[in-house]
Design a protein around this ligand. Structure first.
Ligand SMILES: Nc1ncnc2c1ncn2[C@@H]1O[C@H](COP(=O)(O)OP(=O)(O)OP(=O)(O)O)[C@@H](O)[C@H]1O
Length: 367
């Protein structure tokens, strides 16, 4: 990157971003790359540093150390109003005394502009986010989804190279949230710019993003496609944070080409031997998704059988979540779509024989 002009293949590069508040380390050496026109979700539990990281990208928060490049350009010396990033806030931060048109036009009006051209552009933006016909309305006369659209239009009219979104759908009801997810994704594709989207909602992250970065205690735990994060979590934290995963732990007993046998407190467990062949005697963790564990029948094979005690059932619309206690005292979940007319569930406390296939059991490598 020294001398000459860098050819940027990345929209954003974060290199060793660290932020301390006094003694407290909120961000601890974050490295993250965002490709051209990529939709990246940043996900993690409360307090892991998502908002701080987004505010740093927006230029609203300083770093203790680290660098940030947008399209190969270091932003250290670029003042906030010249930065090619725009933040869409969780609470929209719209101007309540202005109407929709004036809210959208607010940013461009601060700089040199031709009123007739600005009007054309505002109409274009309103069209893009389906706000036509609402331009004279006051903000207080809008629904949550409409306010969200105004906030988006107000940000994209400034033609950012990267749009930063901080839990933008959290104030909306479930139905509208799902609709807006689709709209946001379409908007991102229409604009062809990168979106960086902070959320603690896994479904939102997985349904919209090209890649997801999972943060924990100010560090990046894993970055990957939703499929990779979901099916192949690379750490115990990600496996437990994401989805309905169950974890089993034990020492590697035997390793063959097809499966690895692990001696666990709940009996032997066989898992796929992955590319990183585990060593005999090493402690490993095996992840099995909740919908891959079934009640064993006389016909299920002996690949993996576990005795468990049913503790409870939760009805979740189209499926049931069952909680079981394992012999070692741990809890596991299984998800099943019970057939209509199936016999009533056995009572809590009754023993059950559970089954899962070797091909649905993955070893997670830990440092
Ligand atoms: N100005 C500040 N001074 C001191 N500590 C701060 C400051 N801002 C953030 N923190 C701390 O840094 C950590 C990360 O905060 P941040 O708001 O980035 O988390 P988050 O992942 O966005 O959380 P949430 O999902 O709850 O919004 C938290 O422990 C928070 O208390």
């Amino acid at each position: 990157m020294q001398g000459g002009k860098a050819v940027a293949t990345k929209d954003l590069e974060l290199i060793g971003i660290t932020r301390r508040f006094g003694e407290f380390v909120a961000l601890d050496g974050i490295d993250l790359e965002v490709g051209q026109g990529e939709f990246v979700a940043i996900m993690g539990p409360s307090g892991c540093g998502k908002t701080t990281l987004l505010r740093i990208m927006a230029g609203l928060e300083s770093t203790t150390s680290g660098r940030m490049l947008v399209k190969g350009r270091d932003l250290a010396a670029v003042p906030i109003h010249r930065r090619p990033t725009r933040l869409v806030w969780q609470d929209y931060a719209l101007f309540p005394h202005l109407n929709v048109f004036d809210n959208i036009a607010f940013g461009p009006r601060l700089g040199p502009h031709v009123p007739s051209e600005l009007r054309k552009k505002v109409l274009e933006m309103a069209d893009l986010v389906s706000l036509e016909g609402l331009l004279d309305r006051r903000i207080s006369q809008l629904s949550g989804g409409q306010k969200q659209r105004v906030a988006l239009a107000r940000a994209i009219i400034t033609e950012p190279e990267i749009l930063l979104l901080d839990e933008p759908l959290s104030a909306l009801d479930a139905h509208l949230r799902i609709r807006m997810q689709g709209e946001l994704r379409r908007l991102q594709q229409a604009l062809g710019i990168s979106f960086i989207y902070v959320t603690h909602n896994q479904n939102e992250a997985f349904s919209m993003a090209d890649r997801v970065a999972v943060l924990n205690k100010g560090r990046v735990e894993q970055v990957g496609t939703p499929e990779a994060i979901y099916h192949h979590p690379s750490s115990r934290f990600v496996a437990q944070f994401v989805g309905m995963n169950n974890l089993f732990s034990g020492k590697v007993a035997t390793v063959s080409e097809h499966y690895t046998e692990i001696a666990s407190d709940n009996g032997p467990i066989r898992a796929v031997t992955g590319s990183k062949s585990p060593r005999i005697g090493e402690t490993v963790h095996v992840v099995v998704q909740a919908d891959k564990i079934k009640r064993a029948t006389a016909h299920t094979s002996n690949e993996n059988r576990i005795n468990a005690i049913l503790r409870g059932r939760e009805f979740a619309g189209s499926h049931n979540v069952y909680l079981f206690d394992l012999p070692n005292g741990n809890e596991i979940k299984i998800v099943s779509e019970d057939e209509p007319g199936s016999p009533p569930e056995k009572l809590s406390g009754s023993p059950s024989d559970l089954y899962f296939s070797v091909r649905d059991a993955f070893i997670i490598g830990f440092q």
